[in-house]
Design a binder for this molecule. Structure first.
Ligand SMILES: *Cc1c(COP(=O)(O)O)cnc(C)c1O
Length: 373
């Protein structure tokens, strides 16, 4: 918890919310100022025209910082699109998957399951579920031998970090030769390095790692943009968004600005490699308690694919889970109840969660076990 000075003192919780999620105080305070007056223009960020020179600069800086932070190669286009990651589930299929073709979808969590449903609703193609994680309560992602990618598929879609059950791929899955990978990186983008060139498209909603809900980053290889799979209405088309510089219509201007500030903050803090180190350290603090608890805490995911970002576990009874979350909240540790589909406890620790927050939760877990074990 942090107390903020000023006329009033604000009590800030350690926020373990899965998303929208914690943001750094310095970014929030900068945004507060920019709401009233952006760059001494006498006009706030919400009030600037999306075609005016001030916002033009904001968007350009945001895009540039994104490329710098991510180390995104020039042959990839960066789009910032309206709508959450959920919209991408259908939009990517509309843009990349011809009628009658096949796309591979390992199902590893609630979100990849939704991606499958949405792709099926959007196009008349074969959505091949090449791994059924639900059969294993989503406790792991597929190993090489557990799935057979389809030769000649239009793409292989996977979710690199599974937000709900707390698993991740340690390396990207292997698609059939020449088949592009498409990745939903919503819960870990900029939290560990991405091999861009192994991917045709990577997308991530903003509200977990870079700010404001209802905007999604889409990074797409330019040759995929140029392929026309079917006629599309303007707002559905990646090519149209790219041509318009993500300003086909009035875009989510505030979210674009907030994202720019988040990208700059992450660059200043040391970049993606540094956050990968911090995220591993934060997760280790909690997993070490789980693993040495003699079964008081049980992790929901198998060890080799544990997430560094979303640490999910349960206690011996639902009643203990509820008590854990409620008592933690009284100690300033917020939003620890698990997703409704997984139950238990989930600690989401995106880039903006400092090591001290994880230490505070580690201390609480030990104390709760001492009293209730
Ligand atoms: C949160 C999340 C989504 C959904 O994002 P919305 O912006 O709510 O549509 C999709 N995929 C993953 C992996 C997520 O963590």
């Amino acid at each position: 918890m942090t107390a903020i000075g000023g006329a009033t003192t604000v009590r800030r919780m350690w926020n373990f919310s899965a998303g929208p999620a914690a943001m750094p105080l310095e970014v929030l305070e900068r945004l507060r100022g920019d709401l009233v007056d952006l760059d001494a223009t006498g006009v706030g960020i919400l009030e600037h025209s999306h075609r005016g020179p001030t916002f033009e600069r904001v968007l350009e800086e945001s895009m540039r910082s994104c490329r710098t932070l991510g180390g995104i190669p020039e042959e990839y286009e960066i789009l910032m699109l309206p709508g959450g990651a959920t919209l991408q589930f259908s939009q990517l299929a509309l843009n990349l998957l011809p009628d009658g073709a096949t796309a591979d979808y390992p199902d590893t969590d609630v979100w990849s399951a939704k991606a499958i449903i949405e792709a099926r609703a959007a196009v008349r193609a074969n959505i091949a579920v090449i791994f059924e994680g639900k059969r294993f309560h989503y406790d792991h992602v597929p190993t090489l031998g557990e799935m057979t990618p389809t030769a000649g598929a239009a793409y292989l879609h996977y979710c690199s970090n599974n937000t709900v059950h707390g698993t991740r791929y340690s390396t990207p899955p292997r698609a059939a030769p020449g088949v592009p990978l498409v990745c939903d990186a919503s819960s870990e983008i900029f939290g560990r390095p991405i091999d861009w060139r192994a991917h045709g498209l990577v997308y991530a909603a903003a509200q977990k790692n870079f700010g404001v809900a209802a905007m999604t980053l889409v990074v797409i290889r330019r040759d995929l943009l140029e392929r026309t799979v079917r006629p599309l209405h303007t707002m559905a088309s990646y090519a149209q968004h790219a041509k318009a510089g993500s300003r086909l219509n009035t875009p989510p201007t505030f979210a674009m600005h907030a994202a720019g500030l988040m990208f700059k903050w992450m660059i200043k803090e040391g970049g993606v490699e540094e956050f990968a180190r911090r995220n591993a350290a934060k997760a280790q603090l909690l997993y070490s308690v789980i693993d040495s608890s003699g079964g008081f805490y049980t992790g929901l995911s198998q060890r080799p694919c544990r997430s560094d970002i979303n640490v999910s576990f349960r206690l011996r009874t639902n009643e203990l889970d509820s008590r854990f979350a409620a008592e933690a909240a009284r100690e300033g540790l917020d939003a620890l109840a698990g997703h409704k589909d997984a139950g238990g406890i989930r600690a989401s620790m995106y880039n903006a969660m400092p090591l001290d927050g994880a230490r505070a939760l580690q201390g609480f877990m030990r104390e709760f076990m001492r009293v209730n074990g």
